[in-house]
Ligand binder design. Structure first.
Ligand SMILES: [Fe+2]
Length: 313
């Protein structure tokens, strides 16, 4: 089924919303108290780190090494700040997610500088990819929130043609455990180029038509991790700061419900990164270990069915 709909401020249940997301549709939401609280927390941290320089213009006032020196510790500080996870939980609660079945990964703070100032390491500009090429569960949903005003030239792009069209890609060489042991911890060292091996498309892509959503600060874009998306090369003359986090529903995970796997061939799973909203308990080893190897073949066949949702009322 192709991607065809964007829901705006939908009030549908989380269950039906997940189904639509697994089918490739996208959800946009206006800012609300919980998302505004998260971005104001992020702004405090960002503005605190840059002192009296405007963070969106800081790149024009300092050498790139200095910019990295400020941002490299800011990213983990945001992730590990005691308030951060609680604020994300509040968002999921406001979106009526089941606190016992919904698991979250730590929220990430991203900065995308303008004019090619920093395109690697902490400022990595993502080539077109599906998160599922990086061992994300097929039922993973991504939540994306801009912290300041954005423009089209500094946003992210979706490439809807590829929702149901397989792409030859490098995910068969990707193993999540190897990636974690050598990859991420070195990100701060990558100022001029990036040596981490990323699963990339291995054929020319049609990146047009593409869709970019431009919500106000605190607005939310929710999409399936299997959606092909990329960072728009920033030419806006301002650095973009955004937050993203991922969720899964554990019942969907256990039943192999999620987006259809059309071209992800990686091994390993990021499931162990997820924590239950209620108490931050990790996904059990019993559930996670079933996904350690290659993708379970059932996933392609067990897409959520509308009648299953109807039946549960
Ligand atoms: Fe992504």
């Amino acid at each position: 089924m192709p991607m065809h709909s964007v829901y705006f401020d939908s009030k549908m249940s989380d269950e039906l919303r997940r189904q639509r997301l697994y089918e490739g549709q996208i959800f946009l939401f206006s800012p609300r108290p919980s998302t505004l609280a998260l971005i104001s927390h992020a702004r405090e941290m960002i503005e605190g780190a840059f002192g009296n320089v405007d963070p969106r213009q800081a790149q024009f006032h300092m050498p790139v090494e200095k910019y990295v020196e400020i941002c490299a510790p800011l990213k983990p500080a945001f992730i590990h700040h005691p308030k951060t996870k609680q604020l994300v939980k509040n968002i999921l609660e406001e979106f009526k997610c089941d606190m016992d079945a919904t698991y979250l990964d730590v929220p990430r703070l991203r900065m995308v500088t303008s004019d090619g100032y920093l395109t690697s390491g902490v400022g990595y500009a993502h080539h077109p990819h599906r998160d599922t090429w990086y061992s994300a569960p097929m039922g993973q949903l991504n939540w994306w929130i801009p912290i300041y005003e954005i423009e089209s030239e500094m946003s992210m792009a979706f490439h809807p043609v590829y929702w149901d069209k397989a792409i030859k890609n490098g995910s068969h060489e990707f193993n999540y455990y190897e990636w974690n042991s050598v990859g991420r911890k070195n990100a701060a060292q990558h100022v001029k180029s990036d040596t981490r091996k990323q699963p990339k498309p291995e054929e020319p892509l049609e990146l047009e038509p593409q869709i970019r959503f431009i919500p106000p600060p605190g607005g939310v874009v929710v999409f399936a991790a299997a959606q092909l998306h990329s960072t728009v090369p920033n030419t806006a003359g301002l650095t973009r700061y955004s937050i993203d986090f991922r969720t899964i529903n554990i019942e969907d995970t256990k039943a192999y419900r999620g987006a259809r796997n059309i071209d992800s061939n990686c091994t390993g799973t990021s499931l162990r990164d997820f924590m239950r909203c209620r108490d931050l308990e990790r996904v059990s080893e019993q559930v996670a270990s079933a996904f350690d190897g290659e993708r379970p073949p059932q996933q392609a066949d067990l897409v959520f069915r509308p009648d299953a949702v109807g039946a549960k009322g």
